[in-house]
Design a protein around this ligand. Structure first.
Ligand SMILES: CC(=O)SCCNC(=O)CCNC(=O)[C@H](O)C(C)(C)COP(=O)(O)OP(=O)(O)OC[C@H]1O[C@@H](n2cnc3c(N)ncnc32)[C@H](O)[C@@H]1OP(=O)(O)O
Ligand SMILES: O=C([O-])CC(=O)C(=O)O
Length: 371
């Protein structure tokens, strides 16, 4: 048996949703650079689910459905009120997504139509539950979603209760486009493993949220902000990072299993971080980030991944740092659900093997003889 630790380099599925070829990321063959500049997140979600960009009528239809499905059952919101206020926001999201299945009469209907509807429902409901939980834990009432506005707009509105600035809507929308899908990343793989047993889409997305939470995956964006807060000033970047490198500690937001010459999404977020800093008239976070980037790149040869500059962007948009990974989930649920639908279409149980390295030829010892 040959063991490939971490399944590095193993091709475990055929997929026509997104590709990483020679460091270039595409969704359905369209370069992410083009989508980041031109597409809205709703267009991207449609693209991932249907394999083509929507016509105006199709996009209007999807936007209407997202609006119709965005409300969350009152029982689910009441459940959020019972969670301890200090709960980890990804743990809360994982729990609430699992509970949404209990209130969906077609949760276990495995027809293609019902599964697609559930994908759209989950996409519509995740922003509502993230915003509702963020408000409830601050002792505020959740705000009902609006109809006819984008997910980025609705999320910022439900979070703050105020009409968001156009620049904030556009920045968040672009971040959602950039995070929507990424081939067979850990959370998508977790989703596919779960539904390959012919379990339901809610189970798949719950598994995916659990995988995304970890700091080696989506949880890194929050960890980057913890680091920026600890560093505190541009002057402190060099001693802080040098100390971490000397102690062989990982710098969050750097490195990638697949990209060795840089993550193509990072430059868009770097640019966004600079623009948001200029608008705010405070370049501290951007300047700190650039200095960290230069140091880590020159000393370790490691480039920033999608999680590095998103941290400063979200902070400059006024978003609390423990909502960064839930925002990743709000975007990635489009990709997770697209992969789940793809898995159902040509399913085979995912069940690899393990090389056994434990003891052999052992015997049962009765409890009184054990030491
Ligand atoms: C959306 C996403 O999920 S993107 C990834 C988000 N995660 C992070 O940013 C966390 C920090 N980064 C990492 O932990 C890793 O780079 C990962 C998990 C992303 C990729 O891991 P792997 O493909 O397993 O790479 P691996 O850990 O083997 O790294 C190779 C070498 O670079 C080092 N390295 C990798 N990333 C970092 C880092 N961020 N800081 C310092 N050193 C690093 C490793 O220690 C290892 O060194 P060694 O060969 O001396 O042992
Ligand atoms: O693909 C990966 O390994 C992790 C990642 O960058 C993502 O999920 O966007």
């Amino acid at each position: 048996m040959t063991v490939t630790k971490g399944l590095e380099g193993i091709v475990a599925a055929k997929s026509s949703i997104s590709s990483i070829i020679d460091g270039v990321l595409t969704y359905q063959g369209i370069n992410i650079d083009e989508l980041a500049e031109k597409a809205t997140f709703e267009e991207v979600a449609y693209l991932l689910w249907h394999g083509k960009l929507p016509t105006k009528a199709e996009l209007d239809g999807l936007t209407a459905k997202l609006g119709d499905y965005a409300s969350v059952p009152a029982e689910v919101i009441d459940g959020l009120r019972l969670y301890p206020k200090a709960s980890n926001s990804m743990a809360a999201l994982r729990t609430v997504v699992s509970s949404l299945a209990l209130y969906d009469s077609e949760a276990n209907d495995m027809s293609a139509e019902a599964n697609y509807r559930k994908a759209v429902k989950l996409q519509a409901q995740l922003p509502t539950v993230v915003a509702a939980y963020a408000r409830i834990r601050e002792g505020k009432e959740p705000i009902a979603p609006k109809k006819g506005v984008s997910i980025a707009h609705n999320f910022l509105y439900m979070l703050t209760g105020e009409e968001p600035a156009q620049v904030a809507i556009e920045a968040l929308d672009k971040a959602l486009v950039l995070h929507a899908d990424h081939e067979l990343n850990a959370s998508t793989f977790a989703a596919r493993v779960t539904v390959a047993t012919l379990s339901d889409i809610y189970s798949g997305v719950t598994s995916a949220i659990g995988a995304l939470k970890g700091p080696l995956h989506g949880g890194a964006n929050e960890a980057v902000m913890v680091m920026l807060d600890e560093i505190g000033s541009v002057a402190n970047v060099e001693p802080y990072i040098q100390n971490k490198l000397d102690n062989k500690e990982k710098i969050m937001g750097f490195g990638h299993r697949v990209y060795k010459n840089g993550d193509p999404r990072a430059k868009h977020l770097m640019q966004m971080s600079r623009q948001l800093g200029e608008l705010k008239g405070d370049m501290t976070l951007y300047d700190m980030s650039i200095k960290i980037d230069n140091l880590v790149t020159s000393q370790k040869g490691l480039k920033p991944n999608v999680d590095f500059y998103s941290a400063s962007c979200y902070t400059m948009l006024g978003i609390p740092r423990d909502l960064f990974t839930p925002i990743f989930a709000i975007s990635r649920v489009s990709g997770w659900s697209a992969h789940i639908l793809e898995q159902y279409q040509d399913n085979r149980l995912i069940r690899p093997r393990a090389e056994y390295v434990g003891p052999v030829n052992q015997h049962y010892v009765s409890i009184e003889k054990r030491v």
